[in-house]
Design a protein around this ligand. Structure first.
Ligand code: ZN
Length: 97
């Protein structure tokens, strides 16, 4: 009911239309990271990420080192494309590798 209404506006991310950080920011996406080893999640400051990698940078299929102390696992990027907290992994070819 009420809580589900926002979800309909969350479309799965499309590599073809939203390839770069600049395009994702323009579309109002929120980014986060998710560690494949420990499940730790963290929000991503999109403005800061653009400062680091440029608006033409792409988070697709990239990973960062997990922020949880002692984990050192690989954290992939995820995106919420709508107002609801529906998150999608930014992986084009999910192999688990
Ligand atoms: Zn971790």
């Amino acid at each position: 009911m009420g809580a589900r209404n926002a979800d309909r506006y969350s479309m799965p991310p499309d590599w073809h239309t939203h390839r770069t950080l600049g395009e994702m920011k323009a579309a109002g996406w929120r980014l986060g990271t998710w560690c494949k080893r420990c499940g730790h999640t963290a929000p991503v400051d999109l403005d800061h990420l653009i400062e680091l990698r440029g608006s033409a940078g792409s988070p697709w299929d990239r990973y960062v080192v997990c922020g949880r102390q002692g984990c050192r696992g690989r954290a992939i990027f995820k995106a919420a494309t709508g107002p609801g907290d529906v998150w999608f992994r930014l992986t084009r070819n999910w192999s688990g590798a």
